[in-house]
Design a protein. Sequence first.
Length: 404
Amino acid sequence: MSPTPTSLALFTNARLVPMAAGIGVVEDGAVLAENGTILYAGPHAGLPDAAAGATVHDCGGRLVTPGLIDCHTHLVHGGNRATEFEMRLRGASYEEIARAGGGIVSTVTATRAAGEDGLVASALPRLDHLLAEGVTTVEIKSGYGLDLEHERTMLRAARRLGELRPVRVVTSFLGAHALPPGQTDKDAYIHELCDIVLPALAAEGLVDAVDGFCEGIAFSTAQIARLFDTARRLGLPVKLHAEQLSNLGGAALAARCGALSADHLEHLDEEGAAAMAAAGTVAVLLPGAFYMLRETRLPPVGLLRRHGVPIALSTDCNPGTSPLTSLLLTMNMGATLFRLTVEECLLAVTRHAAAALGLAGTAGTLEAGKRCDLAIWDAETPAELVYRIGFNPLHARVWKGIPQ
């Protein structure tokens, strides 16, 4: 039997921003990949001999970063919430919107009615907007089905998106997002998730991680802890929506459970930050939701910095509180609203975003052994990727060593 041929790709004439150590630029850089995995990334002069047989792609002196990673999205959902957005602008309260059929219940109804094909069709344009800005990995949550049948449909739709487009899709089970319509007993619902829904979906290979919403309007730390115990028994990593509207100690719980990330965090305290730092749990900040909800309490970036907690940024693309499909704008929001530096913003959508998905070993930096996912930019400096608003400088996207 003849050996399987290898595919060598060489990207030259590049100004590399490897993101392995800040935002330093390697002038006259090159990336050599074999079958989609980086063999070498660094100065052109240091290329190994194997580069002689590679297919060459000239980057034209452009800036090259790792492909961007959107590590927290609700990309798959039915319908939209534009009507309730308009109602809020006219002064309607949350209760008034809910009585009119709005809120998460409206999204659950629309999602259940859409079916798998409908969910895929509606999500593809949102995904395409992300890919057009250099995204090569995206996390997609369930959480608008809220029963076994419809959570399964959402997760299958997410998997199909990864088959229809050149992108890595990571799925998160978010059954503990809210109570389903007609259900009033939170403990009983968590019991159902732990004993029936999550084990079934995990057995079908649809779940990469388990998420939950720890908040007064959602689930308590005790209820989330039970869900996380089930996740760990099934060998699944966990993450958590925590400290968005109040401080219930969700971030500290997430850290104790070895969570990949705790997300939102506007009400994070010292104890939670210290626990996250000790556990290596990434703080995922979501400026789109902060902006859309007109929040005034900023996430405690200084506290995160002081404790050395890695910070990621994400669109939080969802129909109710962050209908955002631009990771570039998310970076600008991270800088202007949360006062992150350019370096922090770029780390937040590459290296730290990879860690938030448990992908630190394969994505997020330009290093040997990582996936050859690249974003090639018409930009002079890394700062331009954070500075511009409503402008997309992407020249080309490379996924697994193949220009798209």
